[in-house]
Design a protein. Structure first.
Length: 393
């Protein structure tokens, strides 16, 4: 484990860096907990979760009521991770030993250990999202969002559009993704104009559009969603986000989304249940994404699910295998899905008409495609190439 200490100046720039020797035991440094919640509470906390919790309680005794509430939130977060692990969820929602950066007066400690270093890209994204969302929430509290929703334009029927396209063309309805970059593929398109791409997709026969709103890892943004929504494009819009907090659902709706992604690899069953209810309340369609059999079985155990996405890409390793769609729709699972009238979307790694035919044969009524069409100089033609024919009327 590597530990460094730096002295912070007024501008927060390190003026001296002292690299401490590798420490093999757990660090004994003073650190601030829980830093992402913005509480300055220096405690010599042992790093095991349980000990941390009880000491946090003691610490809470000496702090303000609102800070104590934040401490409570942190404790609940730690508990959520334990519940999630029991459901086979490997993604931890928060770093169990606290963030790697800690501040004591003018000093900044960077302590890296297995408890505060993300194990894979999905975990890193989720940890970053946690900090991002708590900052956004501070700026626009839920009450304000709810107020804004009173005058929001009506949502468009996402599932209806997919079904209609499927009926009309006999091919899976297309959700075309407005995607500039991804952590696995880097920049997909340099001359990225989200509205132009959205219009080209609509012209090419897309039933719905998916808009990446994550900035740090996908170079997306909510302004893209808003711009597309206000540009006259009629296709219903999916907000492609990493949702970890119900607040994001309300936020997406105020920015013009008609549907939102919920990722089963990140969210425990109760969260999916609760968030799909909130989606219904505000009129959004929830696209619940699974990647393996266990996630599919968890999601099939939840009432009220109408739309399931099978991601052919493993978000932890980036491996893509389109036979994943077939594997998850075989046998009893496929039968249950049909009985319940759930629409399945085949997601990721689809490039050719034979890829489309393969996932359609497996049972999907819709597909979600980004890379293969966003990379084409003319995305309208890209869609015709993907399906092997013009699907635009
Ligand atoms: O570019 P592709 O391989 O066609 O994939 C599109 C879409 O499926 C992918 O972007 C995606 C599926 N699920 C996600 C969750 C988060 C971010 C991105 C995704």
């Amino acid at each position: 484990m590597e530990a460094t200490i730096s002295m912070k100046t007024a501008t927060n720039t390190p003026t001296s860096l002292v690299s401490l020797q590798s420490i093999h035991s757990r660090p004994k440094f003073t650190f601030f907990k829980p830093n992402p919640l913005g509480i300055s509470m220096a405690q010599n906390l042992p790093l095991s979760i349980r000990a941390q919790k009880s000491e946090l309680k003691e610490a809470a005794a000496g702090i303000s009521e609102s800070d104590a509430l934040k401490v409570k939130e942190w404790e609940v977060g730690m508990f959520q991770d334990e519940v999630a692990a029991s459901q086979g969820i490997r993604i931890r929602r928060r770093p169990p030993t606290g963030p790697p950066l800690h501040y004591v007066g003018p000093f900044e400690f960077r302590l890296q250990n297995e408890g505060n270093t993300p194990r894979n890209i999905l975990e890193e994204i989720v940890w970053h999202k946690d900090v991002e969302v708590s900052q956004l929430k501070g700026r626009t509290p839920l009450l304000l969002l709810k107020k804004a929703l009173e005058s929001a334009p009506p949502v468009r029927d996402f599932i209806g559009a997919l079904k209609a396209a499927n009926l009309q063309t006999g091919l899976p309805g297309l959700i075309a993704e407005v995607k500039k970059a991804s952590p696995s593929r880097g920049i997909l398109r340099e001359d990225f104009d989200p509205v132009e791409i959205a219009k080209a997709y609509e012209k090419g026969g897309a039933a719905c559009l998916s808009v990446l709103t994550d900035r740090k890892y996908f170079q997306g943004g909510f302004e893209n969603l808003e711009k597309i929504r206000n540009s006259g494009v009629k296709c219903p819009l999916l907000c492609k986000e990493f949702v970890i907090d119900a607040w994001q659902i309300y936020y997406a709706r105020t920015k013009g989304a008609d549907a939102i992604l919920l990722i089963a690899a990140v969210l425990p069953d109760l969260d999916i249940q609760y968030m799909t209810k909130i989606c219904k309340m505000v009129g959004l369609t929830a696209l619940v994404e699974v990647h393996d059999e266990r996630e599919m079985d968890r999601v099939l155990g939840i009432d009220g699910i109408e739309l399931i996405g099978i991601n052919n890409r493993n978000l932890e390793t980036f491996e893509v295998d389109i036979s994943n769609t077939k594997k998850l729709l075989q046998g009893e699972r496929g039968r249950r899905i049909q009985e319940r009238g759930i629409i399945v979307v085949g997601e990721s790694g689809l490039f050719t008409p034979s890829d489309i035919a393969y996932v359609q044969e497996a049972g999907v009524k819709a597909v979600l495609v980004g890379e293969s069409i966003v990379k084409q100089s003319d995305p309208t033609k890209g869609i015709a190439g993907l399906f092997g024919k013009d699907i635009s009327c």
